[in-house]
Design a binder for this molecule. Structure first.
Ligand SMILES: Nc1ncnc2c1ncn2[C@@H]1O[C@H](COP(=O)(O)OP(=O)(O)OP(=O)(O)O)[C@@H](O)[C@H]1O
Ligand SMILES: O=C(O)c1ccc[n+]([C@@H]2O[C@H](COP(=O)([O-])O)[C@@H](O)[C@H]2O)c1
Length: 214
């Protein structure tokens, strides 16, 4: 069987250590050899990003240049429509075949609002979910029904993620990294330093292109 292919979708406005360090820890925890970053185009559910799609991709490329775990898939940027994850996963599933184990990586905040995603109940037919902890977010789902749904899919057996094509949820034991892109943009707007929050090559790009200006 082909090895587990993990995708990590995000707005990455900008990419930061909360993304990179947690997913590196996740990769060790469950044995991921490669993680594909999937920047979205028109986020379906939130205000539009401050940086352009091209700038967000440029920052992702700089961040992963010396991190061989990661590669990049820009397919969502080639569609001028909202980036619905279920549609992207359908496309990947069609390309990779029914038996390929696929996983989508999210943070705990995304898990808590997953039931608001487009056709969210079909996600589990298409992929596993690998959930990284994030400080400040509840560990239980917002309703008993959703908590039951989570328990039905949850596995504690990492090898099952590599053996089954889809349908499992892994609640990772990754480090809590208190960094968000919102906070980085706010710090930049206020003229504060962001030195330990994201790679220096990305900070240089932000400075050079005058992003997130005060
Ligand atoms: N510090 C973090 N720890 C764990 N997961 C994270 C962290 N930051 C982001 N993520 C996860 O990464 C994915 C992409 O996040 P995104 O690019 O929106 O970053 P963000 O910091 O949440 O941005 P914003 O503050 O603009 O919403 C989401 O699933 C999110 O839950
Ligand atoms: O498909 C949806 O309806 C949907 C709703 C919210 C978020 N997503 C995806 O989840 C990933 C993380 O989103 P975000 O906003 O935290 O960057 C990113 O790939 C988004 O496109 C997808």
């Amino acid at each position: 069987m082909a090895s587990l292919h993990a995708l990590f979708g995000g707005t990455f406005d900008p990419i930061h250590y909360g993304h990179l360090k947690t997913v590196q820890a996740l990769a060790l925890e469950v044995g991921l050899r490669q993680v594909t970053l999937l920047p979205n185009n028109v986020p379906p559910h939130r205000p539009q990003p401050e940086a352009s799609a091209a700038q967000r991709v440029a920052m992702v490329k700089l961040a992963i240049a010396d991190r061989p775990l990661f590669n990049l898939d820009t397919r969502e940027l080639e569609r001028e429509a909202p980036s619905y994850t279920v549609e992207t996963l359908e496309q990947l599933r069609a390309e990779r075949g029914a038996q390929q184990p696929l996983a989508f990586i999210i943070g705990q905040d995304s898990l808590l609002s997953l039931h608001k995603w487009h056709r969210w109940q079909q996600l589990m037919d298409l992929c596993h979910l690998l959930v990284c902890q994030r400080p400040g977010y509840d560990r239980t789902m917002p309703t008993p029904d959703l908590q039951r749904w989570l328990r039905q899919h949850q596995t504690q057996d990492a090898s099952a993620l590599h053996q089954q094509p889809a349908g499992l949820i892994w609640l990772a034991d990754t480090p809590l990294v208190p960094i968000s892109a919102t906070d980085i943009r706010r710090r930049r707007h206020q003229g504060l330093s962001c030195d330990d929050l994201l790679p220096s090559a990305v900070i240089d790009y932000i400075n050079h292109h005058g992003l997130y200006r005060p």
